[in-house]
Design a protein. Structure first.
Length: 279
């Protein structure tokens, strides 16, 4: 018998002893032996040393345990992310912004370094092979995110609302006053992330008014009716021709995980004419 056979034989004996001890405890439990607490203590007393004897030891075993721990932690993180993404996708597809629209769901996979105006550009994991092209509206379940700026085969870059390159025509409040939203608000005391709003004509702004996209020709770069945010402050007019204020965005771009690119077909038929004054 070689020296290496002795540990194997000892391990086999321990396995047999562990099996017999387990069988004995099961039989005692079936026939109505001691209570469960006593059985657990007895099982721990009998099987504990056997488990320690059978368990692998040494640096290799410790490394394997660390790998198992890291793998389980990674699986847990992935499961949590998958749950969060599924919830965000359900919210996106159930939001008013996507009703009746063709939507390409996407995950945010990268962001550019924030500048003075905060986060202004992000990258999503869909591109031209998914039917995405430049100047498409990007939304989340809460509202407007921005517009597609450039497209690769598998990824696209999105300019985020609030950045210097994104200005949106909007309607404000129940009256639908025309205005523009773009860039960071300049009002004193504004909150980080708030946007500047300017009416294009004289009118009234009220705190709490909803701000929604006006819409572009053929829905590019912005479709109509997407929530941009709400008026959070109104600045004194001070001789300006049109009122100005600040808007709290509907979307916190810093926490985005799932977004949708809206695909709209261009109008291909002429709009029918009507005769005015018809009764």
């Amino acid at each position: 018998m070689t020296r290496g056979d002795a540990p194997d034989r000892r391990r086999r004996r321990l396995v047999v002893l562990a099996a017999l001890a387990t069988l004995l405890l099961v039989v005692v439990d079936i026939v109505g032996g001691p209570g469960p607490g006593l059985l657990r203590r007895g099982g721990a007393t009998v099987l504990g040393p056997l488990e320690r004897a059978l368990a692998p030891s040494g640096p290799e075993a410790e490394g394997a345990l660390r790998q198992d721990r890291d793998r389980l932690a990674s699986d847990l993180r992935e499961a949590r992310l998958s749950t969060q993404d599924a919830a965000a996708l359900a919210e996106l597809l159930g939001s008013p912004s996507t009703v009746g629209a063709t939507v390409v769901p996407a995950r945010v996979v990268a962001v550019a370094a924030p500048g003075p105006q905060g986060l202004v550009r992000l990258t999503i994991d869909v591109g031209s092979r998914d039917g995405v092209s430049a100047d498409r509206t990007v939304v989340s379940g809460e509202g407007l995110v921005g517009r597609v700026a450039s497209v690769g085969p598998w990824t696209s870059d999105v300019l985020v609302l609030g950045g210097p390159e994104v200005t949106v025509g909007v309607r404000v409040g129940s009256a639908g006053a025309l205005a523009t939203v773009g860039g960071a608000a300049s009002a004193t005391g504004r909150q980080p992330g708030e946007l500047g709003l300017t009416l294009v004509q004289s009118g009234t702004l009220r705190v709490g008014d909803e701000v929604r996209t006006l819409g572009s020709v053929d829905g590019r770069p912005f479709v109509a009716g997407v929530l941009v945010g709400t008026v959070s402050a109104v600045e004194p007019q001070r001789g300006r021709l049109a009122p100005t204020g600040t808007v709290k965005p509907a979307v916190d771009v810093g926490t985005l995980s799932v977004v949708g690119v809206l695909l709209t077909a261009p109008r291909s038929t002429p709009r029918p004419s009507v005769t005015g004054g018809a009764s």
